[in-house]
Design a protein. Structure first.
Length: 501
């Protein structure tokens, strides 16, 4: 894996080393505390380059003679709107990208008068630099050719962030770093090939999270069969790799207080089953466990920052494969809830996994709410593209809070409808319900309507992350195929509304 930068927080009078980064405001203005020689250099270069200090614009000065650093990098922060969390992530990402390969970087984390930088802003900038430096290169061999020297490191090895109050910034970063670790865990899981990350291996990765303080329980195929989880088991029956269900518990809130719950679809590879997918881009189906990855990453984040909340994470882990034992179109299975399901398309398998996981969650843990995440439908990409996840909910307050958390974190959601009219589209001919609607119409909506049958009136939201968990557009703080979408969104939701104080 790529080496991530070492982050330090130092006082503003610390001597800069290597690359010096300064933050510019409107018209390229710098903070009052910046050395006059630096200001003069930047002012002269800005005029020549027509640099206006616009947010994320950069101005790079090599070997500035008047200042004892190798480079002087100016990063614009001016915007007509107040900077939010994602803006600081992007600024950190730009700094990491522009200083890649440097041995040392010092960031003067201050802006012109009237444009303050809080300890949390500085910590978020550091997280942006870390997330930008992430690179899943585990399976790449990087051997130097004969008579050649080994390659130099291609990421920053030390970033010193100079702030007014280093102690406050360190404390803020301790929290933010845990969320970044959860995001990168989710990225790792989605990026892993399916031959190395089957249901058992995924469950083992989750079990290892016990070292962070999570209580982890793994259900085997026998235990799920005893619980009558035949909807989930039907998906798994075509694979020689046995299914698992992983339950993660974080007990950071008052003893006895009802938990909040997160449920993830964990199809480690999806061939489509007998309703087999076209071969084009089928390799991307190693990412069909993006919802489970997000839940694991979120639980890692909550434990890492010692969130004052009781939380449950549940993921159903299966492989949807094709062999003589595979589920057939037309089969009827009975879910743990007792609902019978006519399986008309074996490629609509994620909702079958979630049906049993959601019912088990509400039945055993009686949570305040449940949020499920799933790379569930291609239809959501047709509707929303790759910049928003689809949000469906039976509870307006929960939906509104998720929407607000999406705007703050930058992991955006867009609410779509649930209604009785759509419910009729999944009524079964030979069973209670069927696992697909009618043709191409409202594919994401009918999938959500299906899931709603298994929440038993618990406040619930469904996030269809098919367009955002993998293959989403790169940005300043993510260059990975797997984005880790959902970890920062749900962490923001918890931090804003559900923690004890």
């Amino acid at each position: 894996m790529a080496t991530l930068p070492t982050i330090e927080f130092v006082s503003r009078d610390a001597t800069p080393k290597g690359v010096m980064v300064v933050l510019a405001g409107k018209a390229g203005a710098l903070a009052d505390g910046i050395d006059a020689r630096v200001k003069a250099l930047v002012e002269k270069a800005a005029k020549v380059a027509k640099f206006k200090g616009k947010s994320l614009a950069t101005l790079d000065l090599l070997a500035p003679g008047e200042v004892a650093v190798d480079r002087l990098l100016v990063v614009g922060t001016h915007s007509d709107k107040a900077l939010v969390e994602e803006d600081w992530l992007k600024i950190g990402g730009v700094i990491a990208a522009k200083t890649k390969g440097a041995e040392a970087v010092t960031v003067r984390c201050e802006r012109p008068a009237g444009e303050s930088v809080s300890a949390e802003n500085a910590a978020t900038l550091a997280v942006g630099a870390t997330l930008r430096s992430y690179d899943f290169d585990l399976y790449k061999t990087k051997k130097p050719k004969k008579d050649e020297e080994p390659e130099e490191p291609d990421v920053v090895t030390r970033i010193a962030i100079a702030v007014e109050n280093p102690d406050a910034a360190r404390a803020a970063y301790q929290v933010a770093e845990a969320v970044a670790a959860g995001t990168m865990l989710a990225r790792d899981l989605v990026n892993e090939p399916a031959n190395t990350l089957g249901p058992v291996e995924f469950a083992d990765r989750i079990a290892a999270l016990g070292e962070h303080g999570l209580e982890v329980e793994i259900l085997t195929e026998k235990e799920m069969r005893d619980l009558k989880m035949d909807a989930l088991l039907g998906v798994a029956q075509g694979s020689p790799r046995p299914p698992r269900m992983a339950i993660m518990r974080w007990n950071g809130g008052p003893e006895g207080e009802a938990p909040i719950a997160f449920v993830g679809k964990g199809v480690v590879f999806d061939t489509g089953g007998i309703s087999i997918k076209p071969s084009a881009s089928m390799e991307d189906m190693k990412g069909d466990m993006g919802g489970a990855a997000a839940v694991a990453g979120l639980m890692r984040a909550l434990a890492g920052r010692k969130a004052k909340v009781n939380a449950i994470g549940i993921v159903g882990l299966v492989e949807n494969a094709v062999d003589g034992n595979a589920q057939r179109p037309g089969d009827i299975v009975k879910a743990m809830s007792g609902t019978t399901i006519e399986v008309l398309n074996t490629d609509a398998e994620g909702r079958l996994v979630l049906a049993d996981a959601l019912w088990y969650c509400q039945d055993r843990f009686k949570p305040k709410f449940m949020i499920d995440l799933a790379t569930l439908t291609g239809a959501i990409i047709v509707a929303l593209g790759n910049h928003h996840a689809g949000l469906f909910s039976n509870n307006d307050e929960l939906a509104e809070r998720l929407t607000a958390a999406g705007k703050t974190s930058g992991e955006k959601v867009w609410r779509l409808p649930l209604a009785p009219e759509y419910d009729k589209m999944i009524e079964g001919k030979f069973a209670d319900i069927k696992n697909i609607g009618g043709g191409r119409a409202a594919g994401s909506v009918t999938a959500a309507q299906f899931l709603q049958r298994f929440v038993n009136d618990v406040p619930w939201a469904h996030l269809d992350i098919a367009g955002t968990a993998m293959g989403s557009p790169s940005n300043e703080y993510n260059q990975s195929w797997a984005s880790g979408y959902g970890v920062r969104l749900l962490n923001q939701l918890v931090a804003d509304h559900y923690q004890s104080h």
